[in-house]
Design a protein around this ligand. Structure first.
Ligand code: NAD
Ligand code: MG
Length: 371
């Protein structure tokens, strides 16, 4: 079993990224050694109880340290370790959070701390949105994917047997705490999955960032802290800017789903858990790039460039052979589909994305070329 590394003695000052949402604004803290710094936990809403919601994998690694850090601020600090995995991001597991809160007579000021990856973050956020019509919560993401994507922006949800993330709410955290040291214990496959979401931000928003990732992909794969700090920071800045201008996805926020329409089809088509979300996104970005090329928006070299980067990030770039008809069927139930018409996020120039439909024959051609 892996054990958590000792925190470094001389951690650099954390970087702060602000998410500007009026009275729902909050800070994202990014740095090494954050879990053990007193300042990390200062200034949060006061309460008689703090509940750390985590899972059985993350709890033995980090829960004790977070509990110790919170004890000076809250008279009672409890830990709830849920079963691990996307399969448990469901109503039954959500109910266990409410059971704990009600069983411990937690009041409406109770602060929830989501310690873990996107599954724990999404589910804890949704529990916080609903418990007594809303209690404050703090995101403490411990996967790269959660640090660069899911913990920021206030989308919370659980899955329904008929669809992923179908039951949820927009509910912003009080703070996001990204301790880069927690990524040391992350399985390499999960690191790669997180890198897919990092890579995503380049084509949709920042060509320079895309070039930076290409120059630093080996350092990122080796978990170099300076490289990770920049990757998490730039990703959060871009996500914060997009969310700040379109909190509830009336428009531009949808571009964050670059690669996700194809990716979700892969995830669902193989059965959830076979491919990781980020793996589907990596391969899905290559497909969406190929579609952008076929729509005449981008040169073929763009697809090749993105594919080469995904390969270096350890991501799959060939889709499973589900058959084009099955892909199309799966993509028509995507949340972004409107009246059965699939809406793809395509790149129209480097650093700029838009939503667009495409003829089934063209999409079939993309799938034939990419599977
Ligand atoms: P995850 O939460 O399942 O975590 C991946 C695995 O890593 C789990 O087994 C977890 O226990 C383990 N883990 C977590 N931190 C660890 C650490 N520091 N060391 C060792 N192991 C660790 O998966 P994820 O990729 O973090 O998140 C995926 C989820 O996020 C999906 O449910 C997806 O729908 C959701 N998501 C939400 C948003 C959003 O905007 N809310 C955005 C993207 C994804
Ligand atoms: Mg995603």
């Amino acid at each position: 079993a892996k054990t958590a590394p000792a925190s470094p003695t001389a951690a650099a000052d954390p970087v702060t990224v602000r998410v500007d949402l009026g009275d729902r604004s909050y800070d994202i803290l990014i740095g090494s050694g954050l879990l053990d710094r007193a300042e990390t936990w200062a200034g949060l809403p006061r309460a008689s109880t703090a509940l750390i919601v985590t899972n059985t994998t993350v709890a033995p690694l980090y829960a004790e340290r977070v509990q110790a850090a919170l004890q000076p601020h809250y008279p009672r600090v409890r830990v709830l370790a849920l079963p691990d995995g996307e399969a448990h991001k469901d109503a039954a597991t959500l109910e266990r959070i409410y059971d704990e809160l009600l069983g411990q007579a937690c009041d409406r000021k109770t602060v929830l701390f989501a310690l873990g990856g996107g599954v724990v973050g999404d589910m804890t956020g949704f529990a916080a949105a609903c418990y007594m019509r809303g209690v404050p919560f703090v995101q403490v993401p411990t996967t790269l994917l959660a640090q660069v994507d899911s913990s920021v922006g206030g989308k919370t949800a659980i899955n329904h047997p008929m669809g992923k993330n179908m039951i949820g709410a927009f509910y912003q955290p009080q703070r996001v705490i990204c301790d880069l040291d927690t990524l040391d214990t992350l399985p390499i496959r999960e690191l790669s999955a997180g890198l897919a979401e990092v890579i995503k931000y380049g084509p949709i928003a920042d060509p320079e960032f895309l070039s930076w990732i290409e120059a630093h992909i080996d350092a990122l794969m080796a978990r170099d802290k300076v490289a990770l700090a920049h990757a998490v920071r730039r990703s959060c800045e871009i996500k914060a800017a997009v969310v700040g201008s379109d909190e509830r996805e009336g428009g531009v926020r949808a571009i964050l789903n670059f690669g996700h329409t194809f990716g979700h089809a892969i995830e669902a088509g193989l059965g959830y858990g076979e491919w990781l979300h980020g793996e589907g996104v990596g391969c899905g970005m290559v497909m969406a790039a190929e579609l952008s090329v076929r729509l005449g928006l981008m040169p073929a070299a763009f697809r090749e460039r993105l594919e080469a980067l995904c390969v270096r990030a350890g991501l799959p770039v060939r889709g499973p052979a589900l058959g084009a008809a099955r892909y199309l069927e799966l993509m028509r139930v995507d949340k972004k589909a409107e009246g059965g018409e699939i809406r793809f996020v395509v790149i129209d120039r480097l650093g700029s994305a838009r939503m667009q439909g495409a003829p089934d024959t063209m999409v079939t051609g993309v799938l034939d070329a990419c599977c």
